[in-house]
Design a protein around this ligand. Structure first.
Ligand SMILES: [Zn+2]
Length: 490
């Protein structure tokens, strides 16, 4: 539906072309000329343009709000109001409802008043918006400058005191936080290990759920836990109609707010140092070559074993790295959290690798076992193995997509997604690694079959690894007190 709005004051009646009927006719013709039919009339007879309270205008504004009007024809802006600001406000209001204004006086658009009107129209709505924004952000900053928290971000460890706009320590959670710092500073644990340890001890966070790695990592890094909190560290910027981006503010824009401390500043600093040290060690650990990666299984539960490194402190306080193979159920959060962790223990990498390699060399050297142990593998197809791995890869990727979809549909919460994705990504990384290794072997030793000589003469890591991949035996291992046992399965 389209509308025409006409207004006459008592003074206007005498002016030529301004009578009620003249205006109605002009607006009607104007709309019809543009092919707009279905015209509803809004009439204010005998009302001054000084005030906005007019029955016809009120009705028009309410119909506009209800979205039933597409185009509003008006003789000239003067009909809306005598005052430019009010003209602009109404024009802005009309256009915000999605409707369009059209003025009958054709030359209005190009007249000086018209140009001013249209350039001011855009300016005034931008001005109003920024004014509102400034008022609110100024209010928020003022609140923060008075040492108050602007809005509750629900950080772990604190409850919300609404009356004073301040965080108060949650006693139970604060004990967990102190324990987390203890594990980091005195045991050298990283977030992942701390998370596992908390799950093992049955220590939970809010809503009785196990703490996630992300939460633990935040607890270890956020300065707020030693009492120094900063507000306005980030701001949200509008980047499109419905998109927003979070940007960092420069430090001079931050507002410090003191909150109750759960740990001391010294503890926080020691933790930061330990996190730095762990990071350095982690980079070194990534470079470590594990001979039995992907071939090893837990003899107790049959799950695969993963390789990892952990640091421990020497008596003189320096760090030492220990490498271990460990049943995946002990290292994956999914297993640990569900409480189905295997009872097996970790096996030192070097000892196990040496023993397994020694055993294979012995077998290869003993002539009578030779045929049985090595030649059974002549028909082994690498490409088949790669195909199998590819199939698993596809399954895992599907799982990943499903997990994300469930999350989007609110079927699972963010912590579960996080855990699931971590496990899936870990498995995918291992498979990816194994596929690329198999490919290399396939290319290099295309028609070669492992001979006992290959095994006996293999000296470097690459040579040994290549022989092992070609044999593709499954090795099962378990730790017993101070020693370990293993068996090799073809
Ligand atoms: Zn196990």
């Amino acid at each position: 539906m389209n509308a025409l709005y006409v207004r006459v004051s008592t003074d206007d009646q005498a002016r030529k072309g301004y009578s009620l009927n003249d205006q109605i006719a002009a607006c009607r013709n104007h709309l019809l000329a543009m092919d707009h039919t279905g015209i509803k009339e809004y009439i204010d007879d005998g009302y001054s343009g000084e005030y906005l309270e007019r029955p016809g205008l009120d009705k028009l504004r309410s119909d506009l709000q209800n979205g039933i009007i597409k185009i509003v024809a008006i003789y000239d802006p003067d009909r809306l109001s005598r005052n430019l600001t009010n003209q602009l406000i109404i024009a802005d209001e009309i256009e915000k409802t999605g409707a369009r204004i059209t003025f009958v006086t054709g030359d209005y658009d190009s007249s000086p008043e018209g140009r001013l009107f249209f350039s001011m129209k855009g300016a005034i709505s931008a001005y109003e918006k920024s004014k509102i924004r400034e008022r609110t952000s100024r209010g928020r900053r003022a609140k923060a400058t008075q040492g108050k928290i602007v809005s509750n971000a629900h950080p772990f460890g604190y409850d919300w005191d609404k009356k004073n706009s301040m965080y108060v320590i949650n006693e139970e959670a604060s004990k967990t936080i102190q324990f987390i710092y203890h594990l980091c500073i005195h045991q050298g644990y990283g977030s992942r290990r701390i998370t596992l340890e908390l799950a093992r001890l049955g220590i939970v966070g809010t809503n009785n759920r196990p703490l996630s790695i992300c939460t633990v990592s935040r607890i270890l890094t956020k300065e707020m836990y030693h009492g120094q909190h900063y507000l306005f560290k980030q701001r949200t910027c509008k980047t499109g109609q419905n998109s927003r981006e979070i940007k960092d503010n420069p430090p001079e824009a931050w507002i410090p707010v003191t909150i109750p401390a759960i740990i001391t500043r010294e503890m926080w600093e020691s933790a930061q140092l330990q996190i730095q040290r762990n990071k350095k060690l982690a980079t070194r650990n990534n470079k470590h070559n594990y001979l039995l990666r992907g071939l090893l299984h837990c003899a107790l539960c049959g799950r695969s074993m993963t390789a990892y490194a952990r640091t421990a402190k020497r008596k003189n306080g320096s760090d030492k790295i220990y490498y271990y193979y460990s049943c995946i159920s002990k290292e994956s959060n999914t297993y640990a959290v569900n409480g189905t962790s295997c009872q097996c223990r970790r096996i030192p990498v070097e000892d196990l690798e040496q023993a397994v390699w020694q055993c294979l060399v012995t077998l290869a050297t003993a002539k009578d076992h030779l045929q049985e142990y090595l030649l059974t593998n002549t028909n082994f197809s690498y490409s088949q193995q790669i195909t199998n791995l590819h199939a698993i890869q596809i399954e895992l990727k599907k799982k990943k997509i499903n997990t994300l979809r469930w999350y989007q549909e609110n079927l699972i919460d963010s912590e579960t997604v996080e855990r699931e994705l971590q496990t899936l990504n870990k498995e995918l990384a291992t498979i990816h690694h194994n596929i690329s290794e198999l490919r290399t072997v396939l290319e290099k030793t295309n028609q070669l079959v492992t001979s006992p000589t290959d095994l006996i003469t293999a000296k470097t890591f690459a040579e040994k690894r290549s022989v092992l991949l070609k044999l593709s035996y499954r090795i099962f291992a378990v730790r017993l007190n101070d020693s370990f046992e293993f068996y090799i399965e073809k």
